[in-house]
Design a protein around this ligand. Structure first.
Ligand SMILES: O=C(CO)COP(=O)(O)O
Length: 248
């Protein structure tokens, strides 16, 4: 039985004042059956970990460099993330693949660094609108999954997030049939590669998840939770999503 996960990706949003969201989430979801993760910008990681130390909300980073240290100005390593007390890191988000040219091989190397340091890697994959409209979504996603997921992955150190690029920040989501089809294919691929362990890896959906569509998405087969952007910035939006997941 896979434990459900609601993860919030704050992207480049939030200051110290916004960490009160953690207080609200911890107060509301203290006995949640779901894993709850907030990934704030890197400057807030240490403060966020301290703020949530007695709470259920885990803290994650939004990216890491594959190398442990060195001359990589502006980057942070997986070990540095561990040093903050955070337990998760997102790698391969489409915004980083697009803006920084992260390839599947680089995403995999980041995921290996994350897992090697003891973090849970949240590996993101997703097709573009052009790929979806050309009927190429499934082969594209299979290739991204194969190329981006580290070899040593287990249900304990890997989470995969399916985030169609065209659904991110747009208010558009795939049909529930499309989400179910993709998640079913990803599950089959993970089981083919990792056996029983592939069945333990959580599959999140991401892209315009809101309080109004969350319950339907969470009722879709093989959806173990969500990676939420905009609707994770305020407790009043993220809380109902967590509640919908807990009820699913
Ligand atoms: O990119 C996302 C999460 O990583 C999704 O963002 P939105 O929920 O704002 O569409």
């Amino acid at each position: 039985m896979r434990r459900k996960m609601a993860a919030g990706n704050w992207k480049m949003n939030g200051t110290q004042a916004d960490l009160n969201v953690l207080d609200d989430l911890n107060a509301t979801h203290g006995s949640s059956p779901c894993d709850i993760v907030i990934c704030p910008p890197a400057p807030l990681l240490i403060l966020a970990v301290a703020r949530s130390a007695k709470g259920v909300v885990a803290i994650g980073a939004q990216d890491c460099h594959p190398e442990p240290k060195g001359a990589f100005t502006g980057d942070i390593s997986a070990g540095m993330i561990v040093d903050t007390g955070a337990g998760h890191v997102i790698v391969g988000h489409s915004e980083r693949r697009e803006a920084y040219g992260d390839t599947d091989a680089q995403v995999r190397a980041k995921g290996e660094a994350a897992q090697g340091a003891g973090l849970i890697a949240i590996v993101c994959i997703g097709e573009s609108l052009a790929q979806r409209e050309a009927g190429d979504a499934l082969p594209v996603l299979k290739a991204q999954l194969a190329g981006s997921v580290p070899e040593a992955s287990t249900g304990a150190n890997l989470v995969v997030a399916y985030e169609p690029i065209w659904a991110i920040g747009t208010g558009k989501i795939p049909t529930l049939e499309q989400i179910g089809e993709v998640h079913g294919v990803l599950r089959a691929e993970l089981v083919a590669r990792f056996g029983d362990e592939g069945d333990a890896i959580r599959l999140l959906y991401g892209g315009s998840v809101k309080p109004g569509n969350a319950a339907d998405i969470f009722a879709t087969p093989e959806v173990d939770g969500a990676l939420v952007g905009g609707a994770s910035l305020k407790a009043e939006d993220f809380s109902p999503i967590i509640e919908a997941l807990a009820a699913s």
